[in-house]
Design a protein around this ligand. Structure first.
Ligand SMILES: NC(=O)c1ccc[n+]([C@@H]2O[C@H](COP(=O)([O-])OP(=O)(O)OC[C@H]3O[C@@H](n4cnc5c(N)ncnc54)[C@H](OP(=O)(O)O)[C@@H]3O)[C@@H](O)[C@H]2O)c1
Length: 302
């Protein structure tokens, strides 16, 4: 069982692991199965759920909303996170000529209205700007956020995939704190460990949300040299730890980071979700941690 933790010094709370709903449409679950899955992860203490307007070609929020409609009381037990600003080329928007980002005030507000409708709720706990937009005017985003906060439609705000400069730029225009930067980190993607992103989160005592912690599953299946090196090292550590799952060793590797990240679980298989949560009990040594780092890079540290 896990619990809610302060995601920021201002007391906003998320669960220690978050359930990702990016792949919800692929799970091909009936509404009853979706409800069952949701209740089971809530029982494990995973109360925070991660969405985006675009997931499943703009369908996942609605699939989730159907479940909330079956048991509306569940809404109060969870923190709903969703995102905006990516505009996909989609049959739903036939007039678009190119995939692009849109952080205009009008789009942010319209996107939130749409997410609220699809999810069947009257507020979001957390809204993230999904990808940094080169045309982002931070004053305009701040106006959109202020409007959404004032109306009670969004309680907290954050970003995703932002560099520290982009994070600071947006923060400089706000009179409240951004509560997270949701970034990709895994043994196959370690950029955020080395480009200042996670250092900034530790400095601000803000917990980053981590996406694709298992490399989207590729660590277990890819035939690249890197994936093979990683599987060997993960298996050795797993044996030393008495037979932990390779997924659990990866989560334990992430949880050792001093910025205290909140991993987002991507699986729709409740046994895999249980396995992820149990990784909290594992403790890796520094040497284990760097064995995984070295297997990822293919060379030792300098
Ligand atoms: N902010 C962003 O830009 C961004 C981008 C991507 C994702 N996200 C968020 O992050 C969440 C997680 O991303 P992700 O889905 O790529 O995460 P992930 O945990 O790295 O990958 C999950 C995938 O790996 C598969 N898998 C294979 N073996 C597994 C094992 N032993 N344990 C667990 N999963 C295994 C899962 O399949 P099964 O379902 O069959 O178990 C699933 O398809 C998403 O749902 C979304 O909410 C955010």
């Amino acid at each position: 069982m896990i619990s809610r933790v302060d995601a920021t010094p201002n007391g906003f709370q998320l669960s220690e692991f978050i359930q990702g709903y990016w792949r919800l449409a692929e799970w091909k679950m009936s509404p009853a199965q979706r409800l069952d899955f949701l209740k089971q992860h809530l029982e494990l203490g995973i109360t925070s759920v991660d969405h985006a307007d675009i997931y499943g070609n703009y369908s996942c929020e609605q699939l989730f909303g159907e479940v909330l409609a079956l048991e509306p009381a569940l809404r109060q037990q969870m923190e709903i996170v969703t995102k905006c600003d990516i505009k996909l080329l989609s049959d739903k928007y036939p007039q678009r000529t190119v995939k692009h980002y849109d952080t205009s005030e009008a789009h942010i507000v319209a996107s939130v209205e749409n997410s609220l409708k699809n999810l069947g709720t009257d507020y979001l706990d957390l809204l993230l700007i999904h990808r940094p937009d080169p045309l982002m005017n931070a004053d305009e985003v701040a106006d959109a956020f202020a409007q959404l906060k004032k109306s009670g439609k969004v309680r907290h705000f954050g970003v995703s995939n932002f560099t520290p400069y982009q994070f600071d730029l947006l923060q400089s225009r706000l009179d409240f704190s951004l509560v997270t930067n949701q970034v990709e980190v895994s043994p196959v993607n370690m950029f955020a460990l080395h480009d200042g992103t996670l250092d900034q989160m530790q400095m601000k005592r803000i917990r980053p949300m981590i996406w694709s912690a298992l490399g989207g599953g590729k660590i277990f299946t890819a035939e690249t040299e890197q994936a093979q090196r990683l599987r060997t090292v993960l298996s050795n550590i797993s044996e030393e730890l008495g037979g932990a799952g390779l997924d659990q060793v990866i989560y334990a590797w992430l949880l050792k980071l001093p910025c205290q990240p909140l991993p987002i679980i991507g699986s729709g298989n409740i046994e895999r979700v249980r396995s992820a949560v149990a990784a909290k009990e594992l403790s890796l040594t520094r040497e284990h941690w760097f064995q995984i780092w070295q297997a990822s890079k293919g060379h030792e540290v300098a």
